[in-house]
Design a protein around this ligand. Structure first.
Ligand SMILES: [Zn+2]
Length: 536
């Protein structure tokens, strides 16, 4: 899963359906899944960084398995769809940041106090006054605008991530994407952004973010994908030091963060400081690839339509050591999802049951760099773009406890959600909508790029029992300690039964969607429906 760089808070709203007797998995045993995970997350894959030899080896393994299962190639070059990227790495020795207060410079410590985000093409020099813009959201549908009434021309906006209570989850998530946020910022004349994570809800602690701050960022090489053109500065400010920004305003960061935690309205006003930055970037060309495979359907008409099952195969590579370990193996994120694709493709290829629609298995690259492989695939699919009827995405589904509760992200947005609910419940698994909408998970993985092209999509993950404090703590601890850390590796405890049960649900959902005479559709009141009509 893609790390969000600005953090939120928790509001829990769940509903629990009936528990039925849990059906035993009958196509999977969890062991073949774990065998694939063991290969993909082995130390010799070096954490599968986009563009690395490790990811090339992992992709070669995926292709070899697809061939073994006789699943057909559907890329551009056999199973592969080449993807060109550029990487940006900050040269910290030649970069600096300072606050200017009353004409006097106050140097900021890179790492301890601020971090440059190389997700955008940072300008070599910036000096601009700071304006606090609350959540920094502009949401026309709700007549909500954090930028209204402020003079923002040539300014850098300071933002606390999150959203006010009145904005529904998917809408809030959508408008917090870099692309949507930048559209409104640019229109207001803003030249850059400083984000302050909310300490109440950071997935990854500041110390770990700071540790790997100089890891290169990537972008797709094709300029058609540049969604932040004109942005000169993007930074993160350590919440523990954020009072530096509030000095002399009569407000404190603590007060600001407490309001954000409760999704209350946030203050917006010019701060008494400017930011001055100097940046040196090193840029390189990177070559990577998505992998695409298909199982043709049998219906003379419906076989021209595809149900997509997607998962990212890349992870974040080799980084700063934690407890002496430098390899960020990404066993759950997302060798686990890639392994499900391999198992489900193999199982359905061998199965005598005929599928009406065709199935497409897409293993994407550069998810961790900003959902780039899926962005490329959704823009330039290797099949007719109109033929993709649905995307089911798997990313870090966390089979670390028995599968009794499944979270379905996007469940209320399309009738695909109803099919998924039915499949899970028929196997005795309770279903819930996103219990933590503020974590923005619906837009934090590859399904989002399919959604943006009008294709109904969802993602699913094993979740703690909402009534079990112990299970909730287990998941919270997993995120704090293992998520994007070297300990997301093969030594961690996993529940093979939960993985098998999950695969069974994915398999069954693929079969259901492939054979449903009706093509999945967005709900009439879904915000995301707009993309279906706008899509060329
Ligand atoms: Zn991730």
């Amino acid at each position: 899963m893609l790390r969000k760089t600005l953090a939120p808070l928790l509001t829990i709203t769940f509903f629990l359906p009936l528990f039925a007797q849990q059906a035993a998995p009958n196509h999977f045993d969890g062991q073949t899944w774990w065998d694939h995970v063991k290969v993909l997350a082995d130390d010799n894959m070096e954490g599968r960084e986009t563009g690395s030899e490790g990811l090339r080896k992992a992709e070669a393994y995926v292709v070899e398995q697809l061939k073994k299962s006789s699943v057909q190639p559907a890329g551009k070059d056999g199973y592969y769809q080449p993807v060109k990227l550029v990487s940006r790495e900050i040269v910290e020795a030649d970069s600096s940041a300072e606050l200017i207060r009353g004409g006097k410079p106050e140097p900021l410590k890179l790492g301890d106090e601020v971090i440059f985000s190389t997700r955008i093409d940072l300008a070599s020099e910036v000096e601009a006054p700071l304006v606090l813009v609350g959540y920094g959201l502009t949401i026309p549908e709700k007549n909500y605008d954090d930028l209204a009434g402020l003079d923002l021309k040539g300014k850098v906006a300071v933002v606390l991530n999150g959203s006010p209570q009145e904005i529904p989850g998917p809408l809030a998530s959508h408008y917090q994407t870099a692309a949507e946020r930048w559209k409104a910022f640019r229109k207001a004349g803003i030249i850059g952004t400083i984000g302050i994570p909310n300490p109440a809800s950071m997935d990854v602690p500041w110390s770990r973010i700071a540790l790997n701050r100089n890891h290169p960022s990537m972008d797709l090489a094709d300029p058609v994908f540049n969604e932040t053109a004109g942005a000169k500065l993007s930074m993160l400010f350590n919440p523990a030091r954020a009072d530096l920004l509030f000095a002399g305003t009569g407000h404190s960061f603590e007060e600001f963060a407490a309001l954000g935690k409760d999704r209350k309205p946030l203050p917006r006003f010019p701060l008494n400081v400017s930011i001055k930055t100097k940046v040196k970037l090193e840029k390189k060309e990177i070559n990577s690839a998505n992998i695409v495979a298909k199982l043709p359907g049998s219906d003379p008409v419906l076989k021209n339509e595809y149900v997509v099952l997607s998962a990212h195969v890349d992870h974040i590579g080799i980084g700063e050591p934690i407890n002496g370990d430098r390899i960020y193996n990404g066993a759950m994120d997302n060798a686990s999802g890639s392994a499900v694709l391999l198992d489900v493709a193999d199982s359905l290829k061998k199965s005598p049951e005929k599928l009406k629609r065709s199935l497409l298995f897409v293993f994407v690259t550069a998810e961790e760099k900003g959902l780039l492989g899926s962005k490329y695939f959704a823009q330039y699919p290797t099949i007719d773009p109109k033929s993709m009827v649905a995307d089911i995405n798997i990313d870090m589904f966390l089979p670390i406890i028995p599968l009794k509760t499944l979270t379905i992200w996007g469940i209320d947005e399309s009738d695909l959600g109803d099919l998924a609910r039915g499949v899970a419940q028929s196997r005795g698994v309770a279903v819930q909508s996103d219990p933590e909408p503020q974590r923005n998970i619906f837009i934090r993985s590859d399904q989002y790029n399919f959604i943006r092209h009008g294709i109904p999509a969802l993602a699913m993950g094993v979740s703690p029992d909402p009534n079990s404090a112990d299970q909730k703590k287990l998941f919270k601890d997993w995120l704090t300690n293992r998520y994007h850390a070297p300990s997301d590796d093969l030594a961690q405890p996993v529940d093979l039964g939960a993985a098998a049960q999950y695969e069974e649900i994915i398999r069954s959902l693929m079969v259901t969607v492939a054979n449903d005479p009706h093509r999945p559709e967005w709900k009439s009141d879904s915000f995301f429906r707009r993309y279906a009509s706008a899509s060329p």
